[in-house]
Design a protein around this ligand. Structure first.
Ligand SMILES: Cc1cc2nc3c(=O)[nH]c(=O)nc-3n(C[C@H](O)[C@H](O)[C@H](O)COP(=O)(O)O)c2cc1C
Length: 332
C-alpha cells in the first residue's frame, strides 16, 4: 500500500468510535467499501505501552487502508506508542483532540487539548519522528468559552508548523463541564461554515469535516463545496448500507459492481467461522451487523434474531443464515 493511500481514502472515512469500530466492525465495513478510510477506536498511549498490544493493535489485512487513533498528551509516551504501533502496518496514525469524556479529561487529553496547541504540536512532532506513515489530528472547533473563529486558526497554524498536513474537524465545540460525552455529540451546535472558512484560510492543508453527516448526498455536498474529506460516524454504524455500499462509485469514482447487503452477510460467514474456531463468540461480530437491513422489510426480525440468539452458547453461522433467509423471504 503506497504511503499516500490513506490521504486518497480520506475523501470518505468512518469515524473512530470506542466500542464500535473494533476490528470486526472494520472488516464488515471494508466488505462494503473498498476505498473508504476506516479509523480504529481510540487506543491510549499508556495502554499501548503497558497493555496487551496484540489485542489492542492487531487487525485483519483486509482492513487497509486503516488508521489508528491514539489518545494521550505526553510526547514521549505518544512517540513510544507510535513506534510500537508502526510495526503493525497502519496506514495513518491519528491523535485524538476531540473526545470529551471524563476519563479522557482527567488524563489531560482529548478535546481539552484544544486549549494547549503548543503541547499538541510537541505531541505530533514526537509522533512524526517515529512514524513511517502520515500523522494526522482529529479535533473540535473549540471547547467551553473559547472563540472558535480565533482558536481554530491558531490551532491549525501551530500543528501545521509541527508537520501536520491533514486534520479532521468535528464541527462543534466540546463543552467539558456539564454535558455527557453522548450529549457532546449532539448538543453544541454544528458550525460547518467555519470549517469551510478554515479550508479557504489553509488551502494547502487537507481538511475533512465531521459531525451530523448522515447521507452520501450530504457528503457529496461538502466535497463539492471545497472540503477534501468527509468523516461519518454514527450513520455509518447504524445505516452502513446507505453510507458505504455506494461510496466507491459516488465518492471515489470506482464503477466496479458493489455488494448488496445480502452479499455482505454471505461474505461475513467465513470470517465468522474463523473467529469462532479461534474461540471467539458470534455476538462479538453480529452486534455490528444489526443495521445491515435498516429501513428494509424484515429489518426488525433480523435484529431480533441476532440480538436474542448470537450470545447463546453454540451460536454460529447457521443463526446468521437463518436470519438472512427470513429477510429474503420477507422481501419476496
Ligand atoms: C460510540 C461512540 C464512540 C466514539 N469514540 C470516539 C473516539 O474513540 N475517538 C474520537 O475521536 N471520537 C469518538 N467519537 C466521536 C466520533 O468520532 C464523531 O466525531 C462523532 O460521532 C460525530 O460524528 P457523527 O455525527 O458522524 O457521528 C465517538 C462517537 C460515538 C458515537
Amino acid at each position: 500500500m503506497p504511503l499516500n493511500a490513506a490521504t486518497e481514502a480520506a475523501r470518505l472515512s468512518t469515524a473512530p468510535m470506542m466500542d464500535w469500530t473494533d476490528r470486526h466492525c472494520r472488516y464488515l465495513h471494508r466488505l462494503m467499501s473498498r476505498h473508504a478510510l476506516l479509523y480504529t477506536e481510540m487506543v491510549t498511549a499508556p495502554a499501548v505501552l503497558h497493555g496487551d498490544r496484540d489485542r489492542l493493535l492487531s487487525y485483519d489485512d483486509a482492513e487497509h487502508p486503516v488508521a489508528l487513533q491514539l489518545g494521550g498528551s505526553d510526547p514521549g509516551e505518544l512517540a513510544q506508542a507510535t513506534r510500537i504501533a508502526s510495526a503493525y502496518g497502519y496506514d495513518e496514525i491519528n491523535l485524538n483532540v476531540g473526545c470529551p469524556s471524563d476519563r479522557v479529561q482527567s488524563g489531560c487529553f482529548g478535546a481539552v487539548l484544544m486549549e494547549r496547541p503548543a503541547l499538541v504540536a510537541d505531541c505530533v512532532a514526537a509522533m512524526i519522528a517515529e512514524s513511517p506513515v502520515e500523522v494526522t489530528v482529529k479535533c473540535r472547533i473549540g471547547v467551553d468559552d473559547q472563540v472558535p473563529e480565533q482558536v481554530l486558526p491558531d490551532f491549525l497554524e501551530t500543528i501545521g508548523r509541527a508537520g501536520v498536513c491533514r486534520v479532521t474537524i468535528h464541527a462543534r465545540k466540546a463543552w467539558l463541564q456539564g454535558l455527557s460525552p453522548k450529549e457532546n455529540r449532539d448538543v453544541p451546535p454544528l458550525d460547518y461554515p467555519l470549517v469551510h472558512r478554515m479550508k479557504r484560510a489553509f488551502p494547502d492543508m487537507h481538511l475533512s469535516i465531521n459531525g451530523g453527516i448522515t447521507s452520501l448526498d450530504a457528503a457529496q455536498e461538502q466535497l463539492g463545496a471545497g472540503l477534501d474529506g468527509v468523516m461519518i460516524g454514527r450513520a455509518a454504524y447504524h445505516t452502513p448500507c446507505d453510507i458505504l455500499l455506494d461510496a466507491d462509485r459516488r465518492i471515489f469514482g470506482d464503477a466496479s459492481p458493489s455488494r448488496t447487503a445480502e452479499d455482505v452477510v454471505l461474505a461475513m460467514l467465513p470470517y465468522i467461522e474463523a473467529h469462532l474456531s479461534a474461540g471467539g463468540r458470534l455476538n462479538q461480530i453480529t452486534r455490528h451487523m444489526l443495521g445491515l437491513f435498516a429501513g428494509r422489510p424484515g429489518a426488525r426480525g433480523w435484529r431480533r434474531t441476532l440480538s436474542e440468539g448470537a450470545h447463546l452458547d453454540g451460536a454460529g453461522p447457521a443463526l446468521v443464515e437463518a436470519a438472512l433467509g427470513d429477510v429474503i423471504a420477507r422481501a419476496a
